[in-house]
Design a protein around this ligand. Structure first.
Ligand SMILES: Nc1nc2c(c(=O)[nH]1)N[C@H]1C(S)=C(S)[C@@H](COP(=O)(O)O)O[C@H]1N2
Ligand SMILES: [Mo]
Length: 238
């Protein structure tokens, strides 16, 4: 970023990120990329394929009005155990096929642009719920880490050992969030606090709760997802 920048938003975010250094060497690059994404400008492409995905406008799914929220319809669906997470010590790790692996605390994540949406959550077991989610776009988080040319998928690893893999385009969809709010309140632990996936483009089992790590990969591993490995469909698009 040049010193002659006149964007106060950019300066603020640069300072905020500087306060939560993710490592001296890569700080400038990380901030630069975030600022460029906030400003809506294309950086000099690292590579065509990932950059294409990062900036390709993806069709948003129509949202519901706030009045359509069904506060009691979201059924807690936890198959293993509910992990106990110390939010002070919590760190989100983004690693794998990225130029800049990052480790982010929650304060840093809360300072990133917040996205709110009212969408339908659909569980394959035959129920659905209209829910409002607030959180950070996964695309903004991946921008910080700068996926390499080889990046094609991302694994979302959860504190209860739940795991899911997604195609990168779905990760980068503007309505794919790591949510920390549900229906205007802080996300309850049973629903995946401090961070859970929310998106109108995937079935419920893709929407991992208690996400602590995003690992970008070029090839899917033999284990693709908690339910997928038991025969459920991998793409699971809505
Ligand atoms: N870590 C984790 N994530 C998970 C699950 C789980 O058991 N563990 N269940 C999935 C399923 S099948 C659904 S429908 C939703 C349910 O989200 P909720 O419990 O917030 O309603 O979480 C998904 N994400
Ligand atoms: Mo589900």
């Amino acid at each position: 970023m040049s010193d002659s920048s006149d964007s106060s938003l950019s300066r603020r975010n640069l300072l905020r990120l500087s306060g939560y250094s993710v490592g001296g060497m890569l700080l400038t690059g990380v901030s630069f990329t975030l600022l460029e994404s906030l400003a809506g400008k294309a950086t000099e492409p690292l590579n065509q394929k990932v950059e294409e995905l990062l900036f390709k406008p993806q069709t948003p799914v129509p949202e519901f009005p706030v009045s359509a929220i069904e506060p009691d319809a979201l059924i807690v669906n936890t198959f293993g155990y509910t992990p106990i997470i110390d939010t002070e010590k919590f760190r989100l790790i983004i690693d794998g096929e990225v130029e800049n692996p990052v480790t982010l605390d929650l304060e840093t994540i809360y300072q990133l642009p917040k996205q709110s949406m009212v969408i339908r959550h659909v569980c394959v077991e035959g129920w659905a719920a209209i829910v409002q989610w607030g959180g950070v776009r996964v695309s903004d988080l991946l921008q910080l880490a700068q996926p390499k040319a080889s990046a094609r998928y991302a694994y979302f690893l959860s504190a209860d050992r739940y795991y899911e893999s997604w195609d990168l385009a779905s990760c980068l969809h503007p309505q794919t969030l790591l949510a920390y709010e549900k229906n205007g309140d802080p996300l309850p632990v049973d629903n995946g606090a401090p961070l859970r996936l929310a998106s109108p483009i995937k079935l419920g089992y893709k929407l991992s709760k208690w996400v602590g790590q995003i690992t970008v990969v070029s090839e899917l591993r033999s284990r693709r997802g908690y339910w997928e490995d038991q025969g459920y469909e991998w793409f699971a698009g809505l």
